[in-house]
Design a protein around this ligand. Structure first.
Ligand code: IMP
Length: 197
C-alpha cells in the first residue's frame, strides 16, 4: 500500500489522522516521522500557521518521495487578541508543556467575560505530486476550569459550540466530527477526490 507521511511525532495527532483516513476510506499506510526514522528538529519559525505548515512540508519533500501531510494548529482566544495562536505549543515557555499552557490560559482569562475562542488548523502537503494548503476552524468557549482528561493540549478547557462536553470528554470519533483538524481534513478530502476520478 502507498504510504502517507504525517509530519509529526505527536501520536495523538497521528492516530486522529489514521482514524480520519480509515473512515473516509482513503487507502494509505499512515506513518509518522518516528516510523521513518526522521529525527531532525524542524524549526517552526513562521509567523503564521500557514508558514509553519509549509516549513514542515519543505523539510521533508526532498527526503520523502510519497505523499506528505503536515499540519499546524493554534488556539486563538478573542479576549487575548488571538493568543496563544502560533505560540500555542509553548505559551508558558516550555514546548509541549500542556499543563503549564492550560494554567497560563486559565490565569490570563480569570477576569474575562468574553470566553470565545477557536482552534484553527492548516493542512499542507503534497498529494500525488501536487502541493496544497487547506484550512479548518472550530469555534467555541474557554472553560473556567479543566473538564475531562482525554485528548491533548488545550482539550480540557475548550467546549465547542453546541456541545456540553469539552474536547477532553469526547471520544476520538466525536472530537474528529467537530474539530479544526476534522474540518480541515474534510476540506482536504473534497480536494483530493477531484484527482481520484
Ligand atoms: P500543532 O501545530 O498542531 O502541533 O499544535 C500546536 C499546539 O496547539 C499544540 O501543542 C496544542 O497545544 C495546541 N493544539 C493543536 N491542536 C489541538 C487539539 O486538537 N486540541 C488541543 N490543543 C491543540
Amino acid at each position: 500500500m502507498r504510504k502517507l507521511l504525517i509530519v509529526s511525532n505527536n501520536e495523538h495527532k497521528v492516530e486522529e489522522f489514521r482514524h480520519l483516513m480509515q473512515v473516509n476510506r482513503i487507502q494509505r499506510d499512515v506513518v509518522s516521522l518516528r516510523d521513518i526514522g526522521y529525527v531532525q528538529d524542524i524549526n517552526e519559525t513562521g509567523a503564521t500557521l500557514e508558514e509553519n505548515a509549509m516549513i514542515k512540508v519543505d523539510a521533508l519533500k526532498s527526503v520523502w518521495q510519497e505523499d506528505i501531510l503536515a499540519d499546524d494548529s493554534g488556539f486563538e482566544i478573542n479576549a487575548l487578541n488571538g493568543e496563544p495562536g502560533v505560540f500555542s505549543a509553548r505559551y508558558a515557555g516550555e514546548h509541549g508543556n500542556h499543563t503549564a499552557n492550560i494554567a497560563k490560559v486559565l490565569c490570563e482569562m480569570e477576569s474575562k467575560l468574553d470566553r470565545k475562542a477557536q482552534f484553527r488548523c492548516v493542512l499542507a502537503g503534497r498529494w500525488k505530486g501536487k502541493l496544497f494548503s487547506i484550512h479548518g476552524v472550530v469555534e467555541g468557549h474557554v472553560l473556567r476550569a479543566v473538564q475531562g482528561w482525554g485528548g491533548f493540549g488545550y482539550d480540557p478547557i475548550f467546549i465547542p459550540q453546541q456541545s456540553s462536553r469539552s474536547f477532553a470528554q469526547m471520544s476520538l470519533e466525536d472530537k474528529s466530527l467537530l474539530s479544526h483538524r476534522g474540518m480541515a481534513f474534510q476540506n482536504w478530502i473534497s480536494w483530493i477526490r477531484r484527482f481520484e476520478v
